[in-house]
Design a protein around this ligand. Structure first.
Ligand SMILES: Cc1cc2nc3c(=O)[nH]c(=O)nc-3n(C[C@H](O)[C@H](O)[C@H](O)COP(=O)(O)OP(=O)(O)OC[C@H]3O[C@@H](n4cnc5c(N)ncnc54)[C@H](O)[C@@H]3O)c2cc1C
Length: 286
């Protein structure tokens, strides 16, 4: 199939993009890297009257350290997460997740902002944003607001971004000395969307876990925090017993999709296995 004919606009500023959307009667789509949108247009899952190409808006680019936060511009490409020195140092889960996202050709075009706005439940970057406690900066015609990742992912492909709004940047609290982290996923083949994946960020003090964020993806309509597993670990040392206690807490809150090849119970099992491996890695680092 081919995409329906559409009009095309190439704004130079966020304000211009928001105005064009507002004047379109909401029959518009922003396009960034196009790696999710173009296939959707070709399949006519979406058929907007106008495409607003945000890829040339300079203020959506760049990675910058702002005190204890790293600002990652929405147009930062997947491949840059693997090489940008500030991301590698201060937001390492983005760097570790990036090689698992699709293939080099897609990583060269796809943007982190596009991935987080699209919010595919099996995507790596939304889960990593949640695991790192990021805040998402959203612009509309009245100004901007920052939404914590915990409140951002609402449902399947649904986020706190309202129609016409733009995700401007991802603000990530920088990792500190006591932080340890791990990321991995199970996929049928390298580059496929994950069957189950997880990103973990833990903060240690005096050998004990003071804070931990354990996030799974591919097991629900959004990336999801494993709160019971987190509670089993907070205030404890990481060892074989506490890891098993955390694994026992996995399942609550996970709603894996029905899939004839990978039934929900198997995804939950894989999530437990993955958690054991990642916590084992963190135990070795600690
Ligand atoms: C073969 C293939 C394999 C893939 N495998 C994976 C994978 O394993 N893991 C994974 O995570 N992804 C995968 N993807 C998707 C890819 O990562 C996309 O690049 C990404 O999801 C969307 O980023 P984009 O910049 O291309 O967004 P686009 O495709 O341009 O846009 C996607 C959606 O987000 C909206 N949008 C984009 N930017 C903004 C913004 N700043 N503010 C508001 N709305 C915005 C658009 O309007 C559109 O609705 C794959 C894609 C393909 C084609």
């Amino acid at each position: 199939m081919k995409a329906r004919a559409f009009r095309y606009a190439r704004p130079a500023t966020v304000a211009e993009a928001l105005e064009i959307f507002a004047s379109s009667g909401e029959d518009a789509s922003y396009i960034a890297g196009g790696q999710s949108l173009v296939p959707a247009l070709a399949l006519r899952l979406q058929a907007p009257d106008i495409l607003i190409d945000i890829a040339h808006i300079e203020s959506l680019r760049g990675v910058e350290l702002q005190g204890q936060w790293l600002r990652i511009g929405a147009l930062t490409r997947h491949c840059e997460a693997m090489t940008d020195p500030l991301i590698v140092r201060h937001a390492p889960l983005f760097c570790e997740a990036a090689p698992h996202v699709a293939h080099p050709a897609i990583r060269n075009k796809g943007t982190i902002g596009g991935s987080i706005s699209h919010a595919d439940p099996a995507s790596e970057f939304p889960a990593v944003a949640l695991a790192m406690g990021a805040e998402l900066e959203i612009a509309n015609r009245d100004g901007t607001r920052r939404v914590p990742a915990d409140d951002f992912f609402i449902d399947l492909f649904q986020t706190a971004i309202e129609p016409g709004e733009l995700l401007v940047a991802i603000h990530v609290p920088v990792v500190r000395t006591g932080h340890r982290w791990a990321f991995h996923e199970f996929a049928r083949r390298r580059g496929d969307f994950a069957l189950v994946g997880s990103g973990i960020l833990a903060e240690f003090g005096n050998g004990l876990i003071e804070q931990i964020r354990i996030v799974f993806f591919g097991v629900g309509s959004t990336p999801v925090r494993a709160r019971q597993a987190e509670d089993a670990l907070i205030g404890r040392a990481l060892n074989r017993e506490t890891i098993m206690a955390a694994q026992a807490g996995v399942g609550e809150g996970l709603t894996p999709p029905e899939d004839e090849h990978v039934p929900p119970a198997m995804r939950v099992h894989l999530a437990r296995v993955l958690l054991g491996r990642l916590l084992g890695q963190i135990m070795e680092q600690a």
